[in-house]
Design a protein around this ligand. Structure first.
Ligand code: OGA
Ligand code: MN
Length: 272
């Protein structure tokens, strides 16, 4: 495993980052201009990790009593429990993945994705060079629905097996043009610890490692693991624990980024 020689980002280099307006959506969960682009302090991480073990939501408790344990996501949940991250190959069929890839690129070509950079700050484009479009939960396309259904099955399995108390998820398409990347960061919104699991699903048929574009996941011992964005691959990791970055690629790089969320209690909000 290669060793990371770059130091972690300082709060100064990342703390000023705020999300673009496409991140700002109505609703109670996301405070879009408060995207946290700095490593959490140890105290913050402890708070988030402490929050991971929660009671299952009532509907999942009922599922446990009526269903025998499904083995479909057992490998993933076991790996996630042990390491905090895992890769699920073939999360959707090739046909389903291809359909999502086509839709994502068509939307991109129709200029329906928004550059996910920060205001007029040109440095921000270097830190984050993708364009995104959020899935609208009330208006999913058929192919988005197939992804959402599978994510929902995984969410319920995670709640049942790991008691994560995940109440919902949010997803967006992302396109990185050649040369674009996303600097090392944590997937947390400042003053909002609702994101528990980060899930990234890749849509790129025939990806070659030499084309770059790896998601570099920084592990606790400061080594890292590179995941290439091959069609059908789903990467899962604990949002609060793993800094990661997207390395630039030599071709368009398409993905769906998804976050599974826990309910944030009023008392927890008040303390932040
Ligand atoms: C993100 C992110 C990773 C990827 O959107 O926060 O880290 O591989 N994406 O697209
Ligand atoms: Mn991220």
């Amino acid at each position: 495993m290669p060793v990371v020689d770059a130091p972690p980002p300082t709060p100064d280099s990342f703390g000023k980052l705020v999300a673009d307006p496409s991140e700002v959506r109505s609703g109670e969960h996301v405070k879009g201009d408060e995207f946290l682009e700095r490593p959490l302090t140890e105290t913050e991480i402890e708070m988030l990790v402490d929050g991971l073990i929660r009671d299952a939501a009532p509907e999942e408790v009922m599922n446990v009593s009526v269903n025998s344990r499904s083995s479909e996501f057992d490998i993933a949940t076991t790996a996630l429990a042990g390491n905090g991250w895992c890769v699920v190959p073939d999360f959707l069929s090739q046909t389903q993945t291809q359909a999502l890839s086509t839709e994502c690129m068509d939307m991109h070509d129709a200029q329906l994705l928004t550059p996910a950079r920060v205001g007029a700050d040109r440095v921000a484009t270097l830190l984050r060079g993708d364009s995104t479009r959020w899935f609208q939960p009330e208006a999913l396309s058929t192919r988005q629905q197939a992804f959402a259904d599978r994510i929902e099955a995984l969410r319920i399995a995670l709640n049942r097996d790991l008691f994560l108390g995940l109440v919902d998820s949010e997803s967006h398409y992302a396109v990185y043009r050649p040369g674009a990347g996303y600097a090392r960061h944590l997937d947390c919104l400042r003053n909002d610890d609702s994101r528990v699991i980060s899930a990234v699903f890749y849509l790129n048929e025939g990806w070659q490692d030499a084309e770059g574009g790896a998601l570099r996941l920084y592990l606790a011992d400061q080594s890292y693991h590179d995941v290439f964005p091959r069609a059908g691959t789903l990467l899962l990791f604990l949002s609060a624990q793993f800094e990661h970055e997207v390395l630039p690629a030599t071709r368009d790089r398409l993905s769906i980024a998804c976050w599974m969320r826990q309910r944030v209690h009023a008392e927890a909000r008040a303390q932040l």
